[in-house]
Ligand binder design. Structure first.
Ligand code: UD1
Ligand code: MG
Length: 451
């Protein structure tokens, strides 16, 4: 079957009070429109037409190549938006799903099931409805003898209609050619002087067509009109993502305080402790311990690794490694296997070889560090001369004494040692000890003679 979608996303979204187009606001790291497009694709849509208007250029720029676009320069109502959206597929036969760019919780399983009901019923249109505790602001489904007879907008409702709790989600399935016919009949003689998409239902029924309804979970029909709804919808989406992690074998000790993005993957038997944020393209292996209080952004973590109270941004961490508490792994760092990165350690744009220990109070910036290196407490790689960044190289089995400054660029070859408190400005050859500090002088009895 030929399935298409038209996604309405031209509205101004005034209540967002934003310079960002509403469909581009994000939940769980993905734009609202992205969630809708994914659901449409998963439900089998082969072309998706997004109707753009307010800040439309921004929407097109973001989704270039991922959808087709139709402009609605003036927002004259949802029916008028549909007229623009149907234009690119006006010669097609099949079904068009109508979705909203600000209603991101609609799920592909719901769309698939509603589509099945639409097709089996032989309907010209099927309206996705829901039952709302508070139907204020929604169009109401008016029934006669149990069958839908029309949709009436809140502002056009009689007192009796105001009390109806079955609402129009604004999402529908239409036979494409029958929709085009109905759109041709639309008038704007209503309270808002708009062309209402909802009026197509009455028009089709008057033409002797059959119209069906499909009741969805109200939560899937929630739209975003302001920042409060953005957060509410985001929370539901986050909960869905966290639940699917848990069903996949991940232990989450406090699901309420784990925040995850759409593309996060976590392996079995990993335990995630509270107040953890996993963002972007992040992948965590099996049997890891993540958190509490940890942020991982676009980062990879191997198996059996622990990251506690730390931030990892665009980094890669291997297997059996311990990070934190209180470490900061900055972009482009690759940390190997069986490593210890301890408290108050910052690593930036560096590689760290297997078995190395950077246990406390250390900055490693722009360095290539070998295997089984021991960093003494308080080591600083002095990578910046005020104008330029320089890179240093540290071989395997190097021992760096406490409070060493390594002034880059400098190379410490395999097995080299530095004495505690040294400021190293020259290379240290293999298996050699470099001492670069003032020799100690002792003035005996000095304190006693002072007064
Ligand atoms: C619409 C429905 C209402 C339904 C409600 C569900 C109509 C007339 N009413 O009401 O029955 O209960 O959605 O949320 O259809 N849009 C455009 N161009 C326009 C107008 C709107 O693209 O000219 C887009 C908006 O960006 C938004 C969607 O259509 O994504 C819905 O618009 P909105 O103004 O929120 O519709 P409602 O009046 O709330
Ligand atoms: Mg509205």
């Amino acid at each position: 079957m030929n399935i298409f979608s038209v996604i309405l996303a031209a509205g101004e979204g005034k209540r967002m009070k934003s310079g960002i187009a509403k469909p581009l606001h994000k939940i769980c790291g993905k734009p609202l429109l992205g969630w809708v497009l994914d659901a449409a694709n998963e439900a089998g849509s082969k072309r998706n037409i997004v109707v753009v208007g307010h800040l439309g250029d921004d929407v097109i720029a973001e989704f270039d190549g991922k959808a087709e676009f139709a402009w609605q320069r003036e927002q004259l109502g949802t029916g008028h938006a549909l007229m623009q959206g149907i234009e690119p597929i006006k010669n097609e036969n099949g079904t068009v799903m109508v979705l909203y760019g600000d209603t991101p919780l609609i799920g592909a399983p719901t769309l698939t099931d509603a589509l099945r009901a639409h097709t089996e019923g032989g309907f010209a249109a099927t309206v996705i409805t829901a039952v709302a505790d508070d139907p204020h602001g929604y169009g109401r489904i008016v029934r006669e003898n149990g069958e839908i007879s029309k949709i009436v907008e809140q502002k056009d409702c009689t007192d009796a209609q105001q009390k109806i709790c079955e609402i129009n989600s604004g999402m529908y399935f239409f036979d494409i050619q029958k929709l085009i016919f109905a759109l041709g009949q639309l008038k704007n003689d209503n309270a808002q002087k708009e062309y209402y998409a909802t009026d197509t239902i009455e028009i089709l029924l008057a033409g002797g067509e059959k119209v069906g309804t499909y009741t969805a979970d109200f939560r899937e029909t929630l739209g975003v009109n302001d920042r409060i709804q953005l957060a509410a919808v985001g929370k539901i989406k986050n909960e869905q993502l966290v639940h699917s992690l848990m069903l996949g074998g991940v232990t989450v000790t406090d699901p309420q305080t784990l925040y995850i993005g759409a593309d996060v993957r976590v392996g079995r038997d990993t335990v995630i402790y509270p107040n953890t944020v996993l963002e972007g393209n992040t992948e965590i292996g099996e049997n890891c311990i993540i958190g509490p209080g940890t942020t991982l952004r676009n980062s990879m973590v191997g198996n059996n690794t622990k990251v506690e109270n730390s931030v990892v941004d665009n980094g890669k961490i291997g297997n059996g490694t311990n990070v934190g508490p209180f470490a900061y792994i900055r972009p482009d760092s690759v940390i190997g296997d069986n490593i210890k990165i301890g408290d108050f350690v910052e690593i930036k744009n560096s590689t760290v070889g297997d078995g190395t220990k950077v246990s406390h109070l250390t900055y490693v910036g722009d360095a290539d560090v070998g295997e089984n290196v021991n960093f003494g407490c308080g080591t600083v790689i002095v990578n910046y001369d005020g104008k330029k960044k320089h890179r240093s190289t540290i071989g395997n089995n190097v021992f760096i004494g406490c409070n060493t400054n390594l002034v880059s660029p400098v190379t410490l070859s395999d097995g080299a040692y530095t004495a505690a408190g040294s400021t190293i400005t020259g290379d240290v050859p293999e298996n050699s000890l470099a001492i670069a500090r003032a020799r100690q002088t002792v003035k005996e009895g000095w304190a006693k003679d002072k007064y």
